[in-house]
Design a protein around this ligand. Structure first.
Ligand code: ADP
Ligand code: AMP
Length: 216
């Protein structure tokens, strides 16, 4: 299965990606996670990406297209993949097709997780992320068992630099201007699956898994 998990920042893509990648046994490829790792390690890509990310802007297309080309050529994508956070612009979506041709793959579905702006602001301002394994929690809707400690690996939970009020608002605007047009792009290709993401985590998970099982 080759799946794109699509939606605004805070829709729950990372949360749901964990379930989908386990269920279908495909790697979860989050461009945000890969970029944050590069920032942490101080690579050339990380240095270029950091100011865009901290401000809630998109990192330039050419950097993301190179990143995803390299990542999709790794052997673990032979069994499929789950893209989270890519593509985010029409240019990225157009660049994805020849990259997939090169590895003899097609997209099976684009899962569009829909959540309104007010709920996104509330979710992102309460988000806490594990420094070690990247798992996400929410101080209100999805708290860890012990505050500040990851349930899965015991790592330290932190608040992302772009989960501040100003960066959250900017990210939602950037999504509406640059990323939302992809909904029509993929609907026209017959790939879009709409999911109501403004419900409990388990309900959203069950809807996504049911829709994807129908494709198999
Ligand atoms: P994304 O990867 O789309 O940016 P996340 O998966 O990191 O979003 O989720 C954003 C925040 O919202 C996290 O704090 C997460 O725990 C919380 N969250 C995810 N899904 C739901 C949901 N269905 N209801 C309430 N909170 C949720
Ligand atoms: P995310 O973890 O998906 O919320 O992404 C965090 C940040 O990484 C975004 O706000 C962007 O700055 C950057 N980013 C991640 N994916 C992309 C992408 N496909 N195109 C451009 N920037 C991206």
């Amino acid at each position: 299965m080759q799946i794109v998990l699509f939606g605004p920042p805070g829709a729950g893509k990372g949360t749901q990606a964990k379930f989908i990648s386990e269920k279908f046994n495909v790697p979860h490829i989050s461009t945000g996670d890969i970029l944050r790792e590069n920032v942490r390690e101080g690579t050339a890509l990380g240095k270029k990406a950091k100011v865009f990310m901290d401000n809630g802007a998109l990192v330039p297309d050419e950097l993301l297209i190179d990143l995803i080309r390299d990542r999709l050529q790794k052997p673990d994508t032979k069994k499929g993949f789950l893209l989270d956070g890519f593509p985010r612009t029409i240019a990225q979506a157009e660049a994805l097709d020849p990259i997939l041709d090169d590895i003899n793959k097609n997209l099976d579905a684009v899962v569009n997780v829909d959540v309104g702006a007010n709920e996104l602001i509330s979710r992102l301002s309460g988000r806490r992320t594990c420094r070690s394994c990247g798992a996400t929690y929410n101080i209100k809707s999805n708290p860890p068992k012990v505050p500040g400690v990851c349930d899965q690996c015991g790592g330290e939970l932190y608040q992302r630099a772009d989960d501040t009020e100003a960066a959250i608002k900017h990210r939602i605007e950037v999504y509406q201007k640059q990323t939302q047009p992809l909904i029509d792009y993929y609907r026209k290709k017959g790939l879009l699956i709409d999911i109501d993401g403004e419900r409990e985590i388990d309900e959203v998970r069950s809807d996504i898994l049911k829709a994807l099982e129908r494709l198999q």
